[in-house]
Design a protein around this ligand. Sequence first.
Ligand SMILES: [Zn+2]
Length: 189
Amino acid sequence: MPVVPLLILGVGAVALWVLLARADQAAAYLEGSAVGAALGLDRVDDLGELDAEVRSQIERVYARLRARGYTPLVWETYRTPARQAWLYASGRTREGSVITNVQAGGAHQDRLAVDTIDGRSHPSRPGYYGWGSWAAEYGDQATDDDHQADAGARDFFTAYGEEIEAEGLEWGGRWTGSLGSDDPHAEAA
Ligand SMILES: [Zn+2]
């Protein structure tokens, strides 16, 4: 093949690659937007979207946690196939860390899983306790409040795991796979 058509092909391929990479980056910022909603990418936190039996189990778990003085906050229930694929892409074909090894299907998509976080507010920083650690996030800047918040979150997730397992559900805090434990996660056993 002559050189010029080869060059055109090469430039075209690079342009396509740049466009796709940009679209992928944009996808990381779609959550909560009209586009994200239209594509089914948004996080669903409605217990009513769960399988009826799992929903009853989770509601009993939350009631017992509240009686113990905790504030469980439902973070995510049902996932669309589009959202599961979008989460799987994180750290693989778009920016971010790897957060799931489930590319398609999975307990969230089957309405059999819930993610719950500690709904108490941080004494000095915005946000809630879920995955990760305040002390790790702030590193050298971490305060006593951050360490206390981490300790409180550990207490919460210990209690959550107890109540989840008391219902016969599987608790992600026991997991030891490549992504480590998933404390907020619970699913039908
Ligand atoms: Zn989960």
